[in-house]
Design a protein around this ligand. Structure first.
Ligand SMILES: *Cc1c(COP(=O)(O)O)cnc(C)c1O
Length: 381
């Protein structure tokens, strides 16, 4: 029998967590502190603890979090910020919004994380061209896995560059036994509904161990305010996390450890059932994924598209993250120096993301595995 599987299943999530969610949201309607209510402080403490950081600052989105960490360093015209070409546009757009230039770096062909060899070369090229001042690296924890933080930290220290973490997709993952959240000067999170820790709307956070930066971020998210609301110390934003979202996230955070385990069990089942000819996602060494995305690799575009169509025909939705690397997107063309980034350029035609969320039943996981095997042998599921 053909099933109809959801790529993200918020109705089932509601059914599972509804009572806890309702209790939290009702409390906000009781006290009516809709902006910076007590749930914000409570969530910030819990996020900081979860990510092993001294401080967490709730903000309006993962994108605003990235924007503010760069604003806090006065990154602007003439500055270069190094980041992977294979990521979501938010990582790079904030750099251009501030008038600085994103320098795109290639990724590794197995884990899709930033490639240190390419990073070294891109920095050398940028220095040699002499037009930009290298200022910062944004490491991205892609698809639920960890970036190579030890190598990135060593490189950033050697080159006197600031290092930040875009952990929008990977909160809940760990690296060398450490939960992600404190590997860089600041770590940004997103609570977009499809992220592993997703809210019911937009939201984000910044984690840091640096008290001065934390104070700056708190000021920036609230119009650059000083000790009092009407002391304007700098140009800031209205980029606070909404109290209602914090309430939702407090309920979601309770269930998060179990959800991470469920995602990992599904990934293991997929690994075991992977047909010949499809490569299961390679794990970053000595780490645990939060499994935002389970991205398999096919031989090429034709095969990928055929498998995607065969899965769709039997009710299995998939997604392509990302069809094009950022340096090939129209919006980044003018900023890019023209360097080839061959791995990032080849992945778009070969990746395919299978559904992976805690609401999938064992039956559904088995069904997806059968459908994938059938798609590869050309047999009906
Ligand atoms: C989702 C995402 C963001 C942006 O987060 P929003 O909360 O949607 O603004 C930033 N970087 C990466 C890698 C993302 O996946």
């Amino acid at each position: 029998m053909t099933k109809s599987i959801a790529f993200l299943d918020l109705p089932r999530q509601q059914a599972r967590l509804g009572a806890a969610l309702k209790r939290r949201v009702d409390a906000v309607f009781e006290h009516c502190c809709f902006v910076m209510g007590p749930e914000i402080v409570e969530l910030e403490q819990k996020l900081a603890e979860f990510g092993g950081a001294q401080e967490a600052i709730g903000v309006s989105s993962g994108t605003d979090a990235l924007l503010m960490i760069l604003m806090a360093e006065n990154i602007g015209p003439g500055d270069a910020v190094f980041l992977p070409a294979f990521t979501y546009t938010a990582t790079a757009e904030v750099v251009l919004l501030l008038g600085a230039v994103p320098v795109f770096v290639d990724v590794t062909p197995d884990t899709f994380q930033i490639d240190l060899v390419s990073l070294r070369k891109r920095l050398a090229d940028t220095k040699q061209a002499g037009r930009l001042t290298p200022r910062a690296i944004i490491g991205v924890d892609l698809f639920g896995q960890s970036a190579p933080w030890d190598e990135l930290n060593a490189f950033a220290a050697e080159e006197s560059l600031l290092l930040f973490a875009d952990c929008a997709q990977s909160f809940g993952a760990s690296y060398k036994g450490r939960r992600l959240g404190h590997e860089a000067l600041a770590t940004t999170l997103s609570f977009f509904p499809s992220k592993p820790l997703g809210g019911y709307g937009d939201g984000g956070a910044i984690l840091t161990n640096d008290a001065e930066r934390a104070a700056l971020y708190r000021s920036l998210r609230s119009h650059g305010e000083g000790k009092t609301r009407y002391a304007v110390e700098r140009i800031g934003l209205n980029a606070r996390l909404d109290t209602l979202q914090a309430a939702v996230l407090l309920a979601k955070l309770e269930a998060f450890p179990e959800e991470l385990e469920r995602r990992d069990a599904i990934a293991t089942a997929y690994d075991r059932g992977m047909p010949q000819g499809i490569t299961a996602p390679a794990r970053v060494a000595d780490s645990a994924s939060a499994w935002a995305v389970y991205n398999v690799l096919l031989a090429g575009a034709e095969q990928r598209d055929a498998v995607q169509a065969a899965l769709k025909a039997v009710g299995v939705p998939t997604a392509v993250y990302y069809p094009k690397p950022l340096h090939h997107q129209p919006a980044y063309q003018a900023a890019h120096d023209g360097a080839a980034l061959p791995v990032a350029e080849s992945l778009g035609s070969r990746v395919l993301a299978l559904p992976i969320h805690p609401e999938l039943t064992d039956d559904e996981v088995e069904y997806i595995i059968s459908a994938l095997n059938a798609a590869m042998t050309g047999l009906p599921a």
